[in-house]
Design a protein. Structure first.
Length: 116
């Protein structure tokens, strides 16, 4: 059974930084394209960053230049470095396979709140 556990809950001021981690178990992590998604209150879940097995990345326009996705296949872990955070980045963040139609069971996610 695949299990995804996100961590890095944080309250951060606008302009601040935060790093999220996602530990995957029960799956061969290294062979899948992975992504970070987020869901803000009242909005649909959206893919904000993705990384291929070879390390190629792409980002939603809203986070491009501020967020960096990376992976450590040896540790079955996905990361999201978030810089220059804005109030509109406030959301619950999830990791999963990308794109969403390949997603497995969703984890609980981790809350990120950007507020002064």
């Amino acid at each position: 059974q695949v299990q995804l556990v996100e961590s890095g809950v944080g309250l951060v001021q606008p302009g601040g930084s935060l790093i999220l981690s996602c530990l995957a178990s029960g799956t061969v992590f290294s062979i899948y394209r992975m992504g970070w998604y987020r869901q803000a209150p009242g909005k649909q879940r959206e893919l904000v960053a993705a990384i291929t097995t070879g390390g190629s990345t792409n980002y939603a326009d809203s986070v491009k230049g501020r967020f960096t996705i990376s992976r450590d296949n040896g540790k079955n872990t996905l990361y999201l470095q978030m810089n220059s955070l804005r109030p509109e980045d406030t959301a619950v963040y999830y990791c999963n396979r990308a794109p969403a139609q390949w997603a497995v069971d969703w984890g609980q996610g981790t809350q990120v709140t950007v507020s002064s």
